[in-house]
Design a protein around this ligand. Structure first.
Ligand code: FAD
Ligand code: NAD
Length: 466
């Protein structure tokens, strides 16, 4: 029987990064993945393919809406070739998952394909083409998550679909009904809206992206409405019925009246659930919470001391970079180091256009905690860079402590916000004040000037360009 210092179950961004860090630290490491390709949700059916389709559909939208204004004439009709678009997405996925194979080889990590199942706290059975058993002093559970649904919905994967199917449709929906106005619903909703689908988003809460700062929801809502999305907030979906190629969704609106929506596809994007099926966690003494998550302490250690868990299968934000940080954290903990993660400074990004990005506390959270804060906000439209590329929607908002000027939260919506948020993360990691940011040189013309201007606005209400 092969024996390891560490076995990692699951090869998503949590698992494969944990395995690499364990190998770097000199531990004999194995990784177990039930699917044929490595990379988990993120690389196969999550972050990477969704961004590939967002990029392709963005190019199409630019071509049909903006090229002419830029002085680019394309003779003939511009058409979507969905097969090619989905094919390109798959090529990006294949290249990226292939890259993980390379990284496993480079770091001398043994890869096992099959379902990993605990026999006890130090033995794992792997059922793939054949069933084998390995021994591991330590195990890292990184089994991730699956789409969740509502009890009365039957996902048929043809017309009533999850994000996994939405990434490989063979036709452009005429009317896509999206249940859930969170990250997946808005990103994939925007893909198909750009390609010509009518899109209706039905959200239970009173605003889209309800966990982010309310100012961001309001601005994104405005932009989406301009793009002719139908957005129905404060709607409680109560039934989803398929009749041939038609899907009928019924919901109660704010007044309690029943409203009905009819489309040809319905994307159910109401969150994801931790995935532990087949893991046989109990055999190893690993406890699972009422919410289906693996229970962990502050060291991400489970109730079985030599077994750790990370990523979507434990509490916290379901984000690839959060899973990666936890992978490194656990590898270093097993190696006897004392790593640290500041969960407050894990950024959240929605890759719509304009992009939405956030780090730290929202205004709502600061109010609730009774913290005195000041706000500096700067609109993207006031930047020369924004006008040059015609990306004028959005703003940067900096929230700083009223007394100390320390930056407590940064919330932005606009072109390239996904990349710009890194500046805010660095500043907050070093506990910068708004004045610190305002005194740093930001290249002109860039979108990042909005961060400097928002910092100036927060410091002494002295933004320069508005
Ligand atoms: P996963 O990536 O889910 O990987 C778990 C792996 O474990 C899977 O490969 C699974 O097959 C395997 N596994 C499970 N059980 C077993 C077992 N018993 N034996 C062997 N293998 C097993 N996050 C971002 O940060 N940015 C984004 O832009 C983003 N976009 C997304 C878009 C979509 C459409 C979706 C669905 C998700 C997106 N996410 C994004 C979320 C991100 O994909 C997850 O947070 C991330 O993949 C979690 O990583 P993980 O390693 O915890 O688990
Ligand atoms: P989400 O939690 O972002 O959004 C789900 C939305 O559905 C919420 O707004 C919620 O209020 C709403 N909802 C819940 N029940 C409802 C009901 N009965 N009727 C109507 N609306 C309802 O979840 P998601 O969009 O499914 O994404 C799942 C996970 O994947 C998220 O945790 C997210 O972090 C991750 N993800 C991240 C990215 C990214 O980082 N860009 C992209 C995609 C997915």
């Amino acid at each position: 029987m092969n024996s390891y210092d560490v076995a990692v179950i699951g090869s998503g961004p949590g698992g494969y990064v944990a395995a690499i860090r364990c190998a770097q630290l000199g531990m004999k490491t194995a990784i177990i993945e039930k699917y044929a390709t490595l990379g988990g949700t993120c690389l196969n059916v999550g972050c990477i393919p969704s961004k590939a389709l967002l990029d392709s559909s963005h190019h199409y939208e630019d071509a049909i809406k903006h090229f002419e204004e830029h002085g680019i004439d394309i003779p003939g009709e511009i058409k979507v070739n969905l097969k090619q678009m989905i094919g390109r997405k798959q090529a990006v996925v294949d290249q990226t998952t292939g890259g993980i194979d390379f990284l496993m080889k480079k770091n001398k990590i043994d890869v096992y394909q099959g379902l990993g199942s605990f026999k006890d706290a130090t033995h794992i059975s792997i059922s793939g083409k054949e069933t084998i058993e390995i021994e591991a002093k330590n195990t890292i559970i990184a089994t991730g998550s699956k789409p969740s649904s509502l009890p009365f919905i039957s996902i048929d994967k043809e017309r009533v679909i999850t994000s996994t199917e939405a990434l490989k449709l063979t036709e452009i929906p005429k009317h896509l009904i999206v249940i859930g106005g969170g990250v997946i619903g808005l990103e994939l909703g925007q893909v198909y809206r750009r390609l010509g689908s009518e899109v209706t988003v039905i959200e239970y809460m009173d605003r889209i992206i309800p966990t982010m700062d309310a100012g961001l929801s309001k601005e994104l809502n405005k932009v989406f409405k301009k793009a002719k999305f139908s957005i129905e907030v404060s709607h409680k979906v109560k039934s989803v019925e398929r009749k041939g190629n038609e899907v009928i969704v019924k919901a109660d609106n704010k007044k309690g009246e029943e409203v009905s929506f009819s489309g040809d596809y319905c994307l159910v994007s109401v969150g994801r659930r931790p995935y532990t099926d087949g893991l046989n966690a109990e055999a190893a003494g690993v406890k699972i919470t009422d919410r289906g998550q693996i229970e962990v302490n502050n060291h991400l250690q489970t109730s079985a001391g030599n077994i750790y868990a990370i990523g979507d299968v434990v509490k916290g934000a379901m984000l690839a970079h959060k899973a990666e940080e936890e992978g490194v954290f656990v590898a270093e903990t097993i190696a006897g180091q004392k790593p640290h993660i500041d969960y407050n400074l894990i950024p959240g990004v929605v890759y719509t256009w304009p992009e939405v990005a956030s780090v730290g506390k929202t205004e709502e959270a600061l109010k609730e905690a009774g913290i005195d804060y000041k706000v500096g906000q700067f609109p993207m439209r006031a930047l020369g860079r924004s006008r040059a590329s015609m990306d004028i929607d959005g703003f940067v908002k900096i929230l700083a402590d009223k007394k100390t000027d320390e930056v407590l939260g940064v919330h932005m919506i606009g072109a390239r916000a996904a990349d710009m948020i890194a500046e805010a993360v660095v500043a907050m990691e070093f506990r910068a004040s708004a004045e610190d940011i305002s005194r740093m040189s930001h290249a002109h013309p860039t979108f990042t000037e909005a961060i400097k201007e928002a910092a100036l606005a927060a410091t002494e209400d002295r933004a320069l360009h508005i």
